[in-house]
Design a binder for this molecule. Structure first.
Ligand SMILES: Nc1nc2c(ncn2[C@@H]2O[C@H](COP(=O)(O)OP(=O)(O)OP(=O)(O)O)[C@@H](O)[C@H]2O)c(=O)[nH]1
Ligand SMILES: [Mg+2]
Ligand SMILES: [Zn+2]
Length: 328
């Protein structure tokens, strides 16, 4: 387990032994009610008392899955009342909707993000992958990419998957391809998530819940019917849930993350979150080059030479032009 997570657990177990205020880990949030796991493994329904603020952002709900919280038991109802949130190691947010100023914290205290993608059923667009990766980079959460459903890929789908694997590996990401119907692949996945807090991201229908079920069959999480998953507008108001793994660690299942990449970023900062563009930028003629049309731009040069992949650069431009980004 990562050092910081370990320290946090130790601290919380210690805090648990004192009387009065209890400590726990938020494993589910439905906006106003929370499920909190205490140090003895009891699950307590909790509500929030008072106002909590997260510096700099307006959130729909101040407490997120993965948060360590303090709570007191309320005598009458048997529910807990959350009175404080421990400082977060990190968190990841999305906007509640495209026009909204409010943000939703998807999860907090994450060791890694695993982006589950599929070349078919459904097709994950590379731009979506890039937006998730940019978001993870912006929050300094290490990201890995896993292409799923290889059992149903045609020869062309395999070519596409191999191409994407090579692009993302070259950029520096760990990237894998699996089928959830292959036992060896399940072992690889189980190893990837062991003793870590993993946020599982990806389009609706790529197999996030199925993956957790395969690693821990006892969870029996509801899996979408194959004919249902592509319906638009689903899942927009559902929340993340955290599952404790028997081998240590947690997986956070996130239903339908649509708004990924819609967070506000400074425009001149976006290229920092494309590692290969950031690497090239050191050789640009101008220190404030944004790699659009500037003379002596190393990024454009490497793009022409095929060293930077065209679709990655296009994703950069798309995010750059996105109205939601601030230009200061
Ligand atoms: N052929 C094949 N089907 C898979 C694989 N993994 C998952 N599926 C199927 O894909 C469908 C969707 O799986 P889910 O686990 O519900 O997908 P999800 O990512 O949790 O979707 P949301 O909860 O809507 O975000 C189900 O019918 C699964 O059985 C795989 O490796 N191969
Ligand atoms: Mg699911
Ligand atoms: Zn440049």
């Amino acid at each position: 387990m990562e050092r910081e997570t370990e320290l946090m657990l130790f601290f919380n177990i210690f805090a648990c032994m004192s009387t009065g205020i209890k400590k726990g880990l938020v494993i589910k949030s439905t906006g106003s009610r929370y499920k909190v796991s205490d140090c003895e493994g009891n699950i307590i329904e909790c509500v929030i008392k008072g106002k909590f603020r997260v510096k700099g952002i307006r959130t729909t709900s101040p407490v997120a899955v993965g948060d360590y919280v303090s709570f007191e038991m309320s005598g009458e109802t048997g529910t807990g009342i959350i009175t404080g949130i421990d400082e977060r190691k990190n968190y990841i947010i999305r906007k509640a909707s495209k026009l909204s100023k409010e943000a939703q914290i998807i999860a907090a205290n994450i060791d890694q993000l695993i982006l589950l993608a599929t070349v078919t059923q459904p097709e994950t667009h590379p731009e979506f992958i890039d937006r998730v990766l940019v978001t993870a980079e912006a929050y300094r959460i290490p990201a890995k990419i896993v292409f799923n459903k290889t059992d149903i890929y045609s020869a062309d789908h395999h070519l596409t998957k191999d191409y994407l694997l090579s692009v993302y590996r070259k950029v520096g990401y760990d990237a894998y391809s699996v089928s959830l119907f292959n036992d060896d692949d399940i072992e690889i996945l189980a190893e990837l998530v062991k003793e870590r807090v993993t946020l599982l991201a990806g389009n609706s229908g790529v197999g996030k819940s199925s993956l957790i079920n395969k690693i821990e069959p006892s969870f029996n999480i509801k899996v979408e019917d194959i004919s249902d998953y592509h319906r638009l507008g689903k899942h927009t108001t559902t929340f993340a849930e955290m599952y404790a793994l028997s081998g240590g660690g947690y997986i956070i299942d996130t239903p339908g993350i649509k708004g990924f990449g819609l967070i506000d970023m400074d425009k001149e900062e976006i290229y920092h979150f494309f590692p290969e563009i950031f690497r090239a930028s050191g050789k640009c003629r101008y220190y404030n080059c944004l790699h659009i049309n500037e003379p002596g731009c190393e990024v454009k040069k490497q793009l022409d030479e095929g060293k930077i992949e065209e679709f990655r650069y296009r994703s950069y431009l798309k995010i750059f032009e996105d109205n939601n980004s601030k230009y200061r």
